[in-house]
Design a protein around this ligand. Structure first.
Ligand code: GRF
Length: 192
């Protein structure tokens, strides 16, 4: 059984895709806990509906305190894979060193385009439209000490149309995010 921890900050649609396609199926992987850096994140409610333990880190607490709290949780729940599913905080490098190639992130662009500091959520899609890109997509990658710089695991491309808005591009990319994130987790289950 692959024990997963999902880190979120917002609506949790990626979390929901993993609940529906992995957690609630006979795929040998379970979400052991959800961690949010935003106590109002809608994703917390999504987890509670499925009786998944949820924990919150307060940004008002020190980085060291939150780091130690996260490490303690990861250890207590015997986590094999950390999934950053729309998690906006930067993970402490001690966690990255401890978990190495067991942390994956979903990013809503074709890395190395439109990633790094300041490129998250709708800002990504706004830049894609402003630059009149013909395609965009999503990327699942390993997390290293940088921002969106770890080795790429999976990408999928979609078209961008002249009459697209940030909303239409965001929704098209989100569908891809859900698809490739679930696929990559299933591959982790198969030990790939
Ligand atoms: C997604 O666009 C994801 O790529 C980015 O943050 C957003 C999270 O969406 N990292 P959700 O909270 O999973 O709905």
């Amino acid at each position: 059984m692959l024990n997963m921890a999902l880190f979120i900050s917002g609506s949790g649609s990626n979390l929901q895709a993993i609940i529906d396609n992995i957690h609630e199926t006979n795929v040998p992987a379970e979400i052991r806990f959800i961690l949010s850096d935003n106590k109002n994140a809608k994703g917390i409610e999504r987890g509670k509906k499925h009786k998944i333990d949820t924990h919150v880190i307060e940004k008002t607490m020190s980085m060291d305190y939150n780091r130690d709290k996260i490490i303690k949780l990861l250890d207590e729940y015997k986590i094999d894979l950390i999934v950053l599913a729309g998690f906006l905080s930067i993970l402490d490098e001690k966690i990255i060193k401890l978990y190495g190639k067991k942390i994956i992130n979903i990013h809503p662009s074709l890395i190395p385009k439109y990633c790094g500091r300041g490129f998250y959520g709708e800002k990504v899609h706004k830049a894609v439209i402003e630059n009149k890109e013909k395609t965009t997509g999503a990327t699942v990658h390993f997390v290293d000490e940088g921002i969106d710089t770890g080795p790429i695991i999976r990408q999928k491309v979609c078209n961008v149309y002249e009459d697209d808005t940030v909303e239409t591009v965001k929704n098209r990319v989100l569908k891809i995010e859900h698809e490739i994130l679930v696929d990559v987790i299933k591959e982790f289950c198969e030990g790939e």
